[in-house]
Design a protein around this ligand. Sequence first.
Ligand SMILES: [Zn+2]
Length: 558
Amino acid sequence: MRQDQEDPYQRRSAQVYAAADRAGSGSVASPRAVLYDAVLLDRDGTLIEDVPYNGDPEKVRPVPGARAALDRLRAAGLRLAVVTNQSGLARGYFTGEQMRAVHARVEELLGRFDAWLVCPHDDADGCDCRKPAPGLVYAAARELGTTPSRCVLVGDIGRDVGAAMAAGAAGVLVPTPVTRPEEVVAAGWVATDLPAAVAEILRRQQAVQPSTPTTEPVRTALVVRSDSAGDVLVTGPAIRAVAAGAERVVLLCGPRGRAAADLLPGVDEIIEHPLPWIDPAPGPVDPEAMRSLSARLGAVGADQAVVFTSFHQSALPLALLLRMAGVHRIAAISDDYPGSLLDIRHRVPVGVPEPERALSLAAAAGHRLPHGDEPVLRLRRDAVPPRPADLGDPGYVVLHPGSAASSRACPPEVATRIVGALADAGHRVLVTGGPDERAVTARVAAAGGTDLGGRTDLAGLAAIVADASAVVVGNTGPAHLAAAAGVPVVSLFAPTVPFGQWGPYRVPTVRLGDAAAPCRDTRAASCPVPGHPCLSGVDPGDVVDALQTLAVSGGGGR
Ligand SMILES: [Zn+2]
């Protein structure tokens, strides 16, 4: 079962102090929006100016533009909740009655909120609701009749973003002078102020819904994603959207993405062919191979092609081949001028998660996910084999130290110490890796885990991941397998590409590693910095703490 279909919070002992006596029932936006039902807002520093431990309604000052921004969200059918740490209650700096007076004043100035969720505890209380713990986000989603993954939280410090991510919600950081620089660097989504955050939330929501649904019927759609397994997996929701609007979907992928392509729902046929302008270590362009690819694509008889790419790749060389193969409707994202190569030239700002970026291209081509299909990564059930019986019960932690790009792999000595720390904390650890990573997985697993290096193909790995209570992994394919299974991720994320685009999508996540390391945004395949500092400094104790934040206990299940 996916994490976003259950509510771990219900099984926990935290006390959430709900200041409002209004129950948050009622209908969500109709027709159902693709991405979000609700926006959760931090209070101090986000909605109103931060007056430490304020119990005085007269001192409530909204941030500039707050009322108009909130009214835009309300008009768009989004529900609103406040999620706020108020340790001043635990410390006796103000009373519950004073706090309710402050909240009444906030509503007088900013309009009504559908729910108020307050953590009254102090850090020392060890509760499950004080941000960055995810308890308030779970509670808010429940109050509003939705799931955390359909919520976006806006806040001004790292605790806010951490709480959102740990619940599988989106988090927008709106920095103020008190926000620490490292919190800004680590956040996947940053906006300059509350109105800008709201504008981008609404823009992303709009971008995945076609403005003009496709009128000409699509019999055969050709979709393209030509790089590695992770890239293919994050394009899955967009391919399902195309499949919902086409009778038949043919996927062109590269050799490195083939195993992932076999796992995607909605794909009827796969063509595998390398594209020399996409591959990181390309062979020379072979004119005969290109002519034969063009002929093969022509034989598909596609009446529409949707070419998905990463932000640093060009769709145009393939668009030319498709034109030469006689394809008349071609859609792609292109900042470069496409001339007559594209019929739909789509553009996306930097920072949008890859699955949404691809969904917005599908929308520009006239397609959206059908009702009931959430914008999450998913795999074909019939493509994932049963899990090997000798691995014991579900509830283990998977540690996957490697990556096809060594810059994004966890250093073996760090992975070894993580296994030791997890074992000491009572976790069963399975160490996974490809056939060429056996030496590393054997060494890492020797610290207290089970070595599964080279034992599975991608589908077999998906089966193992699906029964894990959490996956500890870098920015690589298995992180997206975990997202597809709804399994929480401790992301050891090398910042070579933006976390906001490539972090695990819509699944409870804790990010570790130095987001400000010099490899940031270099897209390097092998680490350009001696000592691989972005991940070599990860403290194994932080991994143990991250599992606790994600409600993964050492005793077995989650
Ligand atoms: Zn609390």
